[in-house]
Write a protein that binds this ligand. Structure first.
Ligand code: 6R9
Length: 644
């Protein structure tokens, strides 16, 4: 292959190597990785904390009293670390944030401009009475005022709680009440596919249904002079406090930086809390080591800031390293299906980070869209959120990464704060379809029902065996050196991730999906992810989701919902190809008993397939509340299809 990339195979599986030009310039080399492993846990995490500016340096890496407090004694401020220190060291005129608006407009903030706006809004919040540790809820779409408000909160030590703008008034009310928050920053509305949606009326309804009085601040996004009643105008507040400087409040390392609800992927949405020192060290170091971010880089994490991925890798990680981050307001296919590639080309993006669900959509739309653009600025690609199958991995590398870019598949959760499993692109080989290994300083293993480690090639539950800096507070507070959902009797620290995984002979982990999604067919446990991976390998298939149907004989029937690529018919020929692909990849036991073709699959608002609705449809059960879905109409269509 060109530019020094090589192909190797062990145990029948391919390795892919990053080009030598990438390796020679990487932030973390194989030598650095080995040195970190040598230093061992928890001391190696000192390297992460050293990426930050501390007002008072920490006394130890990890508290030894069993409380899992990271960097005790240390004091710092996240807004100082993400902004001021770069203005102070002469980089104030470099770009911090590029906003790509939905109607084609763009806005750019240098570090200097970001500091001024964050200062003004921090001063305004303080004037309204927001004090240290008061929770400020941010119910906003992808506008620059969202990261600005996050950083303004961080500046005055007020934890923010961002609520995804696609949530309903009810969901917002639950989150306002759950966080006991008396301040809400929102927008009059925003555009979705060219249509204006009114956010303010949802915010009003939510405020009416909570017990506390809520002070509202409204950003004018629609550009009209809509009534905002008793609420304050964001623009007026910032203008009134123009030029005011607020000293960043020194926070204890363990003080709260923000609250966030889990996305619903890992069970019922629950509120988790992330700390200032541990979280920021973790996301800064992983941005440096996993995303190989340099200060001169432009980084684009396409996730909405309403989710943890946007918090960690669109806001805190890239800004903590002094890089440029892109905030994209639109949808990938509006006005055209080449919109993302146009944004990458125009801004010369170095690192692009997205989810397999998006990559599958790009594949479905066809490679002609990325091919219309010069994507040669890209150095590294990343993926997160779901297992990425080999077909999607190769398509992503070929059509977006020019056949050369290394890809990091990053496994983590809202609860973990930052990436915990991945490859280090400057140090490790890649294996399409495998996430990689635990990062240095992370303990991970695969265990059976009684908590014993299983040998390679046997699947089991993925558990993390040691605390890490980005871990949510509640994970350690549940039970001292908190064991959450553990099955192990000897009291050893263990965090059960709820995901199933298998380690291959080379030590690489393959994620198999949520444990709740496992099928039991004739006494054999089958992973939905494995079956789906075989199905999407079939030419003409864009996406697939597999669920269990009840079968008195076999335990579970395998029911596949398959979304063909556009222009491909969901017919008998495709059905047979799907079935034989699973048969040859896994065995006839896993071959789908039924295949239902559908133009799309039901997804959460964060873009993940929700198998529980498909399961209800396959089994003719009541669907219950489908309001958490982005596309509830799909389940209705599927129901009528199956009842025909
Ligand atoms: C960051 C984020 C967490 C759940 C997690 C797992 C799934 C995330 C993955 C992955 C396979 C990956 N997940 N990354 N599965 N490979 N690279 O997505 O957080 O919304 O809390 O979801 O997502 O099942 O347990 P969150």
């Amino acid at each position: 292959m060109a530019n020094g990339s090589r192909k190797e195979t062990t145990h029948g599986r391919d390795w892919e190597t990053p080009p030598s030009s990438f390796v020679s310039g990487a932030n973390v080399t194989a030598g650095d990785r080995d040195a970190l492993r040598e230093t061992g846990w928890p001391s190696c995490w000192k390297t992460a904390a050293e990426l930050l500016d501390w007002h008072r340096s920490f006394d130890a890496v990890l508290d030894d009293d069993g409380s899992t407090r990271w960097f005790p004694g240390g004091r710092l401020n996240a807004s100082h670390n993400c902004i001021d220190r770069y203005v102070a060291n002469g980089r104030g005129d470099e770009t911090a944030l590029i906003w790509e608006g939905k109607l084609g407009e763009t806005r750019t903030y240098t570090y200097h401009q970001l500091r001024d706006e964050v200062n003004a809004f921090a001063a305004a919040l303080r004037n309204l009475g927001v004090g240290e540790d008061d929770v400020v809820t941010l119910y906003m779409p992808m506008v620059p005022e969202l990261p600005i408000a996050m950083l303004a909160c961080a500046r005055i030590g007020a934890p923010h709680s961002v609520v995804f703008a696609g949530f309903s008034a009810n969901a917002l009310a639950t989150r306002l009440a759950g966080a006991d928050s008396e301040y809400l920053v929102t927008c009059d509305g925003y555009y979705r596919r060219g249509t204006a949606l009114h956010l303010k009326s949802m915010a009003d309804n939510a405020c009416l249904s909570v017990e506390q009085d809520v002070e509202q601040i409204v950003v004018n996004r629609l550009g009209d002079d809509g009534e905002i009643g008793d609420a304050r105008s964001y623009a007026d507040l910032v203008a009134d406090h123009d030029g005011v400087e607020i000293d960043p409040v020194e926070r204890d390392s363990d003080d709260s930086l923000f609250l966030i609800y889990t996305s619903g992927t890992t069970g019922e949405p629950t509120l988790v809390e992330h700390t200032t020192g541990g979280y920021l060290s973790h996301v800064a170091w992983t941005s440096h080591a996993v995303f190989d971010l340099k200060p001169e880089d432009t980084h684009w994490c396409s996730a909405d800031v309403g989710w943890i991925t946007g918090h960690s890798y669109a806001v805190y990680g890239p800004l903590a390293l002094g890089a440029t981050t892109i905030l994209y307001e639109g949808t990938p296919d509006h006005p055209e299906k080449n919109r993302l590639w146009e944004v990458i080309e125009r801004n010369e993006v170095d690192v692009f980070y997205t989810a397999p669900t998006s990559i599958r959509a790009f594949m479905k739309w066809g490679s002609e869209y990325p091919e219309q653009h010069d994507l040669s600025s890209l150095r590294l690609l990343g993926t997160v959120g779901e297992p990425i199958d080999e077909t999607a991995w190769r398509w992503y590398r070929e059509h977006v990464g020019g056949g050369e870019c290394p890809i990091v598949d990053t496994w983590w959760q809202t609860e973990t704060g930052g990436v915990v499993l991945s490859t280090l692109p400057g140090a490790d080989r890649m294996r399409p379809g495998a996430v990689g290994r635990e990062l240095p300083g992370i303990g991970a293993t695969v265990v059976n029902e009684v908590g014993e480690e299983v040998p390679p090639r046997e699947s089991g539950r993925l558990v993390l065996t040691r605390p890490w800096p980005g871990m949510a507070r509640s994970l350690c507070e549940d039970a001292g050196w908190g064991v959450r959902r553990t099955s192990r009797a000897d009291g050893q620290w263990q965090y059960d991730t709820g995901d199933n995984a298998v380690r291959d002979e080379d030590g690489y982990l393959h994620l198999l999906g949520r444990a709740d999604d496992v099928l039991n067919v004739s006494g054999r446990r089958l992973s939905t992810a494995e079956i789906e991976s075989a199905i999407v390998g079939v030419d003409g298939v864009a996406e697939a989701a597999v669920v269990g149907g009840t079968d008195t004989m076999k335990g579970s029937k395998v029911h596949a919902f398959v979304s063909p690529e556009s222009n491909v018919a969901g017919d008998e020929v495709l059905r047979t190809r799907v079935q034989s692909a699973v048969e040859s990849a896994i065995g006839s036991i896993a071959a789908p008993d039924s295949v239902t073709f559908t133009p799309s699959l039901p997804k959460t608002r964060s873009g993940k397939v929700v198998r529980r609705y498909l399961k209800a449809i396959a089994n003719g059960e009541d669907l219950g509340d489908t309001s958490a879905l982005r596309n509830p109409e799909v389940v209705g269509e599927l129901e009528s299809l199956l009842n025909e």
